[in-house]
Design a protein around this ligand. Structure first.
Ligand code: SAM
Length: 217
């Protein structure tokens, strides 16, 4: 009860009031219980307008930035989506509410283990998990999948990883925060018949994407 009114307020004042209009995105935010993805001692902050610590030096992103990235990707119900940076699993659940299949990669073993346990408990059946370096995409993942309609990266890269653009399907879209370690631009790359088209969705701040095609540490 307490959580459902906080969730409604989050949607109204943080998302709709700032221009999130995609009904599928709003419906997913309504359905997924954000407080279940937050450490118990700060559960009361779950619907705040900010990122929160989830342990291991990592964060669950601010609700608005997650909604903006999802809306920008123009998600469809049959999309196959690659998510880099599972973290708490919250965004994974939001994606799984909307699209056909979600393939998620996380480099910190305790985070992906906890996320998988929770998402199984919440009965999501359309998610595949990989522990490893997501700068390389779904390389050597199970089940095999070589191309994705959408790719969403929830950590900041110094440059766009070529392995990720290489796994984008024709007409697919990749969204990734790109810049230095403190401030980045949200870059969208669309694969077209004529090549990759880049657009910029504005400034943002994310934890670093660490790996072979990201930051060293
Ligand atoms: N979307 C997540 C959620 O809803 O909780 C939050 C993601 S958090 C902002 C970024 C995550 O990216 C962290 O969990 C971090 O460990 C992960 N990460 C950083 N570099 C990575 C890499 N190369 N491959 C996979 N995950 C990575």
């Amino acid at each position: 009860m307490k959580h459902s009114s906080s969730c409604e307020n989050m949607i109204k004042y943080q998302l709709v009031a700032r221009g999130i209009t995609d009904e599928r995105v709003l419906k997913a935010f309504f359905k997924v219980p954000r407080h279940k993805f937050i450490p118990i001692d700060i559960e009361h902050l779950a619907y705040n307008d900010s990122p929160l610590s989830i342990g291991e030096g990592q964060t669950i992103s601010q609700p608005y930035i997650v909604a903006l990235m999802m809306q920008t990707l123009e998600l469809k119900k049959d999309d196959i989506v690659l998510e880099i940076g599972t973290g708490s699993g919250y965004q994974t659940a939001l994606l799984a509410e909307i699209v056909g299949e979600v393939f998620t990669v996380e480099r910190i073993s305790s985070l992906i283990r906890n996320a998988e346990t929770l998402l199984n408990k919440l009965d999501y059946k359309n998610i595949y998990y990989k522990f490893g370096d997501g700068t390389l995409g779904w390389q050597d993942g199970h089940p095999e999948q070589s191309e994705f309609d959408k790719i969403i990266v929830a950590a900041a890269a110094p440059d766009i990883p070529e392995s990720l653009t290489g796994q984008l399907a024709m007409n697919g879209k990749l969204i990734i925060p790109t810049g230095n370690r403190t401030f980045q631009q949200l870059v969208v790359i669309t694969r077209t018949e004529d090549g990759y088209v880049h657009t910029n969705e504005g400034g943002c701040m994310f934890v670093p994407l660490i790996g072979a095609e990201g930051w060293e540490k």
